[in-house]
Design a binder for this molecule. Structure first.
Ligand code: ADP
Length: 502
């Protein structure tokens, strides 16, 4: 009989986790009795929790130095500071490759810890299942070509409500494994189909297959069919455990069917997710524009309703959580006042083309026509990382100043007049939150865009507390220096192109 667990209550009222197993006592086919063994697993659970916390702390602490190592190596190997001899270049590439592997491992460890302890908040929105699958396939086409594996995708087009990045992560992992464990000339097929109220994804390969006794095990942490798999194939043994946690958090399930030597099919089901997004009321939009506006707003998962200027807001059922008012419809002032007293977020916009801009990009506050270079204030207490970041910005003709404490940041924000604030959260003498708190009350900086670059995950609430102008968060090492650099550069370009605020 397998072990089971339960929670008992001690005499003093405190809970005690127990595990128990049972065995029947058989006397010539007759049940004579039963033995039940209870084990108090309080200490074991505490130890497991301590271990997980320890791993998580260590991994966080590793992020910052690792990010500066990866950044420096990247700059060196891109030849930013001169070229090396071929042997030296090769050594650098080995270092880059292994740093990337270490980064992957640390991200995976932190990911699984957060997923399994329920700390991950899914950012669900309606997306096309086909686009998700095709995106994941395209992302791995290069890897497949290298291994001479054919990749095919056969997907229905259904919209479902999921966290697209997380589902892409699952697909990428399954397709990546399928390619990895295929022989050359093999074929990997991705299928997406609707199955009742679920979407079913399956990834099949014609590779080495999985022995039946391992089929359930491989979804556990660090479980591999062959101990050499991680070394030879470059995996961490965490991919399937992460995938399982993500699928289960979506209310779905994942499994594999496999024949040794013939291939495997990994499948997972995710519910369509019929819960709807917020309800948005659009007021004063002309008939010919409604379709486009509905599409624009609806793409974000919201339900849209239209109304004329002057509509009685108190009679609306259900109450909208957001009201968009087209100022071109000349709403009377007292009505606008009434709108502002609604318990809803209110956005006023002007002119037919402004909606997307007003709604989705709070950029113009920072956009200024300027002849001078952009200025970035880097608030980072790790001097090495700060140096790397400044070097990255300077490569893109952007002036960067780095400071390492809350006080210096507050002072430099005034003196340096940055166009963008790049903020680490953990700082000596306080945190990034303290910096934002002060800048929020200064008209000069209250709307400056903020880029959070930190070792910790930033939740939606934290992000709100950190918001000045448009605010984004990147987790150190989750984004590679290159991706980060690209994101920052595109953002800077966008800021430069934004119109001058009236
Ligand atoms: P990783 O691939 O990083 O080692 P995973 O958790 O993704 O970790 O996979 C765990 C193990 O399951 C792999 O090491 C491999 O032994 C086995 N496995 C996964 N996918 C396949 C597949 N498509 N074919 C054969 N074995 C697989």
């Amino acid at each position: 009989e397998a072990d089971r667990s339960d929670t008992f209550t001690r005499f003093d009222g405190t809970p005690m986790p127990v595990e128990y197993s049972t065995a029947l006592i058989l006397e010539s086919e007759q049940i004579d009795g039963i033995v039940v063994v209870f084990r108090d697993i309080t200490v074991r659970q505490e130890l497991a929790k301590m271990k997980d916390e320890f791993i998580s702390t260590v991994s966080h602490e590793l992020r910052t130095p690792l990010t500066s190592i990866r950044g420096s190596l990247g700059l060196l190997s891109n030849g930013v500071f001169g070229t090396l001899q071929p042997k030296g270049q090769h050594m650098l590439e080995v270092a880059v490759k292994n740093t990337d592997r270490l980064v992957r491992l640390i991200n995976d460890i932190l990911d699984i810890e957060r997923l399994q302890s329920g700390k991950v908040v899914l950012e669900k929105k309606p997306v096309s299942a086909r686009q998700l699958a095709q995106g994941a396939v395209e992302g791995l086409q290069g890897v497949a070509d290298k291994q001479k594996v054919k990749l095919a995708c056969d997907a229905c087009d259904e919209t479902f409500i999921v966290d697209p990045d997380r589902i892409t992560q699952v697909l990428t992992n399954l397709i990546g494994n399928a390619i990895k464990f295929s022989k050359a000339e093999g074929e990997v097929k991705v299928r997406v189909e609707r199955q009742d109220d679920d979407i079913r994804f399956s990834v099949s390969d014609t590779g080495r297959g999985i022995p039946p006794e391992k089929v359930d095990l491989i979804f556990g942490r660090f479980q591999q069919v062959d101990a050499s798999d991680s070394r030879e194939k470059g995996g961490t043994g965490l991919g399937l455990a992460i995938s399982k946690a993500i699928v289960e958090q979506h209310g779905g399930r994942i499994w594999v069917e496999s024949r040794l030597g013939e291939g495997s099919t990994f499948s997972f089901l995710v519910p369509l997710g019929t819960q709807r997004g917020p309800y948005v009321l659009v007021v004063g939009e002309t008939d010919d524009r409604r379709e486009e506006v509905a599409r624009l707003v609806g793409r974000r998962g919201a339900r849209v309703r239209f109304a004329e200027v002057g509509v009685n807001l108190d009679g609306l059922q259900p109450a909208p959580s957001m009201i968009l008012v087209n100022l071109a419809a000349s709403p009377p002032l007292e009505w606008v006042e009434a709108v502002r007293h609604q318990n809803a977020q209110v956005v006023c916009y002007q002119g037919p083309d402004a909606l997307g801009h007003e709604l989705f990009a709070a950029l113009e506050a920072a956009g200024r026509e300027r002849a001078s270079r952009f200025r970035v204030l880097v608030v980072e207490d790790d001097a090495d990382l700060a140096e790397v970041l400044v070097a990255i910005f300077e490569r893109h003709n952007t002036e960067a100043l780095s400071v390492g404490t809350v006080e210096d940041a507050i002072e430099a924000a005034d003196g340096f007049q940055p166009d963008l604030l790049m903020l680490d959260l953990g700082l000596p003498g306080g945190s990034g939150f303290d910096v934002v708190e002060v800048l929020r009350h200064r008209p000069q900086q209250a709307h400056i865009p903020v880029l959070i670059y930190t070792a910790r995950e930033v939740g939606p609430e934290d992000l709100d507390r950190l918001r000045l102008g448009e605010t984004r968060a990147f987790v150190k090492t989750r984004v590679t220096a290159q991706v980060f650099e690209e994101a920052v550069v595109t953002w800077l370009e966008k800021l430069a192109a934004a119109p001058v605020p009236q």
